[in-house]
Design a protein around this ligand. Sequence first.
Ligand code: NAI
Ligand code: CS2
Length: 489
Amino acid sequence: MSRLSSATLATLPADVARPRYDRGAVRCGVVHLGIGAFHRAHQAVVLEQALNAGDLRWGIVAASLRSPGVRDQMAPQDGLYTMLVRDGVADRAQVIGAVQQVIVAPEEPDALLAALASPDTHIVTLTVTEKGYKLDPATGALIESDPQLAADLASLDKPQTAPGYLVAALARRRAAGLPPFTAISCDNLPHNGRRLRGAVLALAQRHDPALAEWIAARGAFPETMVDRIVPATTAEDVAALGALLGVEDQAMVKTEPFLQWVIEDQFCGPRPDFGPGVQVTAAVAPWEEAKLRLLNGAHSGIAYLGGLAGIDHVHEVLALPEARSFVDRLWDEAETTLSPPDELDVAAYRRDLMARFDNPTLRHRTRQIAMDGSQKLPQRLLATIAARLEAGQGIDALSLAVAAWIRWQAGRDDQGLAHQVDDPLAPQIATALAGGDSAAARVDAMLRFEAVVPPALAGQGAFRDALTGWLEVLEARGALAALADLAEG
Ligand code: NAI
Ligand code: CS2
């Protein structure tokens, strides 16, 4: 089967949407760091809207700071890929042309630095995962013990981290008399703009205080809330799309119809008319907090409890009435901690979230969501628990989700089947848990893990007791029994 490419574009079925602009006339106003599935189904699709609307300044130079994977998938396809939108009943395919070049930074660091320093570049977006910022999840401070960051602290001649590339490129722009670019984090981090700015300024300060001062004065790091469920692509997805299109697309992504992007109105240069699904506003935090605590908090609880029960996909977990009850209880607890935007109808948002989770065609794997829990739990569950305890309120569902994360670290589900604990802190967590000879001891070990659990929360007896109680149930009777207990409680 031939590959999707500029040459085979015309052979696609008529109902497959494709670029309506001249790709050869596009200029790259955006550099993206971390070309993963989410970028291809979210920011790139928004920029495709701008290109299709006739503003050809907004092509993308995308980079992977790690593996060549996506470059090798996209290069034979002239940078084209398909986004398959699956609403649970029907599929809609759109070929995206916004990505003009994919750089594998470890192979050609200067090519990425040149793109970042180009006068055409006005915006840099990032999806490097929560761990890509090299920040302590609990405190937000730079993790100076990280080998890649340590190398960038020593020299930026060949950057190795996202903050490193941004600082090295901003130095080039300043030396060339160019303005900074607007750096937009699109990762699920609380105050992602502030965190990115902090990492960049801290690193710049080590190398050149005058550069740090220039970035602080003239740069822009808007806060954002990003939302679209984009599960990792599987070989089955690629095969099914090939049967639909008649060409092979190794870089395809699958997603849901829903898309939301809330961006703080803080730009230091030109920006596109982002179009439908995007809000540019002064106040992002209320949107971000609601999404992280409702959608992502539930997602993590579903992932660990479902994974422990040996259930592979989100929609399959939610086929269990006890799991739906758990999600509703978690949302009842989380909702009291929110200061939602006036425009947000939380009851309707919860109904829409459950429908999105129920979409059987996304086949969102619990194990994918379970990844990097040490980087996710602080903003998804721990901050919510701290707020509930401060208000003297219960944490039954929230604490069950955290206890399930602790149980997940054992590397075996309730049937004894082994799983990989995919987390940058997995070795340290395993070591911390190894010494515990009871659920209480294992909870105490985790509460001492300051990289994840803020000491003020760790010292709360109600939190320790709730975690211990749930972990004893999980270890003795399993996740389904714990869900049943909660539903009856
Ligand atoms: P992915 O696995 O497809 O891509 C991850 C990207 O991050 C890859 O380019 C990888 O090379 C890069 N990366 C990973 N660790 C890194 C590090 N330490 N330094 C630099 N780059 C690193 O994952 P996907 O689905 O694209 O998600 C990426 C991020 O996007 C998530 O972590 C989350 O913050 C955000 N997001 C994802 C959503 C989704 O449903 N997939 C939805 C909303 C936000
Ligand atoms: C998920 C998120 O993998 C995960 O941790 O919870 O990627 C989730 O799909 C997105 O935040 C939805 O916008």
